[in-house]
Design a protein around this ligand. Structure first.
Ligand code: C5P
Length: 208
C-alpha cells in the first residue's frame, strides 16, 4: 500500500505521515529532507551563476539513506530547499530515490509536495493537508523550539509565506492537489484530531 501525503510547509503533513506509517506499519520518507539536504550542500553558492548546475550535481550525488535531519530543520534550510526545488534537474535527480522508496514491496508513506501527482500517482490513498499560514508558522516554531533551538517568529512567518509563493509559482507549474486527493484542513484541529481524521480517510480509501 502506498500512502501519499502532500501539502504546504508546516501544514502538519510530516507528523501525520509519521503517524500513518506507525499505524499501518509502513516505512516513511519525508521527501522535503532530500531537497533540504541538496540545498544545504550548495548553500555557499546561492547567488552565483552556477548555482543551478551545482544544485543538480549535488542532487545527483545525494545518498538518500545518509540524510541527517538534525542539520536540516531550520527555516534557512527550508528556504534553501525551495530554492533548489525549482530546478527541473534537481527534481529529476531526486525522482528515482523517491519512486523506489514508494514502490518497496512492503508499501510506504511519503510526504512532500508532488507525491500524489508525480512520484506516486498510483498511490492507494492520497491526502492533501492544508492549514492557515499563521497557524503553520507557529506550529513550525514550536516544533523547532522543542529541540532547544531559538526561533525568530517574524523570520519563521516570512519563510512560510515566501516558500508558499515560490512553491506555487515554480517553473514546473507549482504544486497542486491531485484530483483524487482528500483535502484535510488542520487549521482548527489539534494533532490527535488531525491524525484520527487522516487514518479515517486512508481506511475509507483502502476499503473502496
Ligand atoms: O516539506 P519541507 O518544508 O521540508 O520542504 C522544503 C521545501 O522542499 C519545500 O518548500 C519545497 O520547495 C521543496 N519540496 C519539493 N518537493 C517535495 C518536498 C519538498 O519541492 N516533494
Amino acid at each position: 500500500m502506498i500512502i501519499a501525503v502532500d501539502g504546504p510547509a508546516a501544514s502538519g503533513k510530516g507528523t501525520i505521515a509519521a503517524a500513518l506509517a506507525r499505524h499501518f506499519s509502513l516505512p516513511h520518507l519525508d521527501t522535503g529532507l532530500l531537497y533540504r539536504a541538496v540545498g544545504r550542500e550548495v548553500r555557499a553558492y546561492v547567488d552565483l551563476p552556477d548555482f543551478e548546475e551545482r544544485a543538480v550535481a549535488a542532487a545527483r550525488a545525494l545518498d538518500a539513506d545518509a540524510v541527517e535531519p538534525e542539520f536540516l530543520l531550520g527555516a534557512d534550510m527550508g528556504t534553501l530547499a525551495s530554492r533548489v526545488a525549482v530546478f527541473p534537474g534537481v527534481r529529476a535527480a531526486l525522482f528515482e530515490a523517491q519512486r523506489s522508496f514508494a514502490t518497496r514491496p512492503q508499501g510506504a508513506v511519503l510526504d512532500g509536495r508532488d507525491i500524489g501527482t508525480v512520484i506516486a500517482p498510483d498511490a492507494d490513498a492520497k491526502l492533501f493537508i492544508v492549514a492557515e499560514s499563521g497557524v503553520r508558522a507557529e506550529r513550525r516554531a514550536l516544533q523547532i523550539e522543542s529541540r532547544g533551538i531559538v526561533v525568530d517568529r517574524d523570520a519563521m512567518r516570512a519563510d512560510i509565506v515566501s516558500r508558499d509563493e515560490r512553491d506555487a509559482t515554480a517553473p514546473h507549474g507549482g504544486f497542486r492537489r491531485a484530483e483524487d486527493a482528500h483535502l484535510l484542513d488542520t487549521t482548527s484541529l489539534d494533532i490527535e484530531a488531525a491524525i484520527k481524521a487522516a487514518i479515517a480517510i486512508v481506511e475509507a480509501a483502502i476499503a473502496r
